[in-house]
Design a protein around this ligand. Structure first.
Ligand code: PLP
Length: 433
């Protein structure tokens, strides 16, 4: 069956979210290392890792073996009512890596459920449904997480179970403080946070939730120290900070294992998903016991932490640590960031290049202005695809190219992908000028 047939059937049977990325979406049928192959036999270098889903890459024997070991028992899963060895071992590993005080881990099947769980913990703990979030945030697609998502483009519902107030701090490029120094930017965001707490809440706020680097929001990267400064204000009001590490966890930012660690603060809880499973469906929350205990004994997830997902995730985590992929993310990410910044010097389509490690955003604008250029971003994706490179896009206006390859990317692959991406951006610039 051709991909065109499959696309028609997809559109007939499901909502058409595929249009977000490609006019002509591909079917990925196999993968090796950092490359995937589509249904027509074309191979691509993957610079988006699913959507940061494939932390390590494709066809990793250690992970396949771990999954196979569970499959070979004849039990894929029963329920989380029983003891599950893989689950306990993974929880111990994540708790030890978390740096949190007296941590406990709860597993889910996705980032959305992880954030829903975190919201439930915090709102129960404080007996308040007031939540602080960042403008331009994305936290998931269920009722509570959509409500705290500060990007209406992703909101499937205008009704809200949460009373949310949004603060500055996420998306600097389109904030009133864009041209401030880092220190002045942080000070302005802290003033905004204080004013939002004082003027839009009763002060009785369940939590603040934030992505250390906004993922869907276009890899918007705040200056180091911002969340540490926020935490001082939050502490005055007894408001716990929850770090959404769904994209920034597992060393992807290069500098630290968790994105929030760049800010000199330990949050009360962190949520995670995506890269941990390298394609397996797993997410979760790691939280201080006091917060986690709000969950109560009757709260379990049928599939969250099932032995296939946790067995695979354990192998992913071991692989990430044994191969020091955080250091590799810093090294090849640095090459990409430098290369894209150099390209921006000669390319008026690029308004901003930002990010850390293997999370790099390239914001495209109408040349000579800072007006968003979403059509150019879509065109670059298509041009890159035609040249054998998959990249992502995102941002409030859909005009930010997102570069986030598997963390095993080699220097040679980084150089190859960079050349194709730079060429595609230049071609799009010519087409649109
Ligand atoms: N939080 C962040 C920061 C995300 O980027 C995402 C997904 O993109 C989610 C939560 C939701 O995760 P999922 O799609 O696994 O439900």
């Amino acid at each position: 069956m051709t991909e065109t047939d499959l696309l028609a059937r997809h559109r007939a049977a499901m909502p058409n979210w595929l249009a977000l990325y490609y006019d002509e979406p591909i079917e990925i049928v196999s993968g090796r290392g950092r490359h995937v192959t589509d249904g027509d036999g074309r191979t691509y270098l993957d610079f988006f890792a699913g959507i940061l889903t494939n932390a390590i890459g494709y066809d990793i024997p250690e992970i396949s073996d771990a999954v196979r070991r569970q499959v070979d028992t004849g039990v894929l899963h029963t329920s989380t009512m029983y003891l599950i060895r893989n689950q306990v071992e993974l929880a111990e590993k994540i708790a030890a890596l978390s740096g949190l005080d007296n941590p406990k881990v709860f597993f889910t099947n996705s980032g959305t459920e992880a954030n829903e769980t975190a919201l439930m913990l915090a709102t129960q703990h404080r007996r308040s449904n007031q939540v602080l979030a960042l403008r331009n945030s994305y936290h998931g697609r269920a009722f509570g997480t959509v409500a705290i998502t500060g990007n209406r483009g992703w909101s499937a519902s205008s009704l809200s179970p949460v009373n949310v107030s949004y603060v500055q701090g996420g998306y600097r490029y389109r904030s009133p403080f864009r041209d401030f120094s880092d220190a002045d930017y942080i000070a302005a965001c802290v003033d905004d946070l204080r004013e939002v707490i004082e003027t839009t809440t009763s002060g009785d706020v369940a939590c603040m939730i934030a992505e250390p680097i906004q993922g869907v929001g276009g890899f918007a990267t705040p200056p180091d120290g911002l969340f540490g400064a926020f935490a001082e204000v939050l502490a005055e009001y007894g408001i716990p900070l929850i770090s959404d590490e769904v994209q920034t966890g597992w060393g992807r930012t290069g500098e630290h294992f968790w994105g929030i660690q760049a800010h000199g603060v330990t949050p009360a809880a962190m949520t995670f998903a995506k890269g941990l499973g390298n394609g397996l469906a797993i997410g979760g929350v790691v939280a201080e016991a006091e917060l986690m205990d709000c969950l109560g004994a009757n709260s379990l997830s049928t599939f969250g932490g099932n032995p296939v997902a946790t067995g695979g995730a354990k192998a992913v985590l071991d692989y990430l640590l044994e191969h020091d992929l955080q250091a590799n993310a810093a090294k090849v990410g640095g090459m990409l960031l430098d290369g894209l910044r150099a390209h921006a010097e000669r390319c008026a389509l690029i308004g901003d290049v930002r990010g850390k490690g293997l999370m790099i955003g390239v914001e495209l604008v109408a040349p000579g202005t800072d007006r968003p250029a979403p059509a150019s971003a879509a065109r670059v994706m298509e041009l890159a695809k035609q040249r054998g490179l998959l990249v992502g896009k995102g941002g409030l206006h859909g005009n930010v190219l997102r570069v986030a390859p598997p963390m095993t990317l080699t220097e040679e692959e980084a150089a190859q992908g960079l050349a194709v991406l730079a060429e595609s951006i230049s071609l799009a610039e010519q087409e649109f000028s």
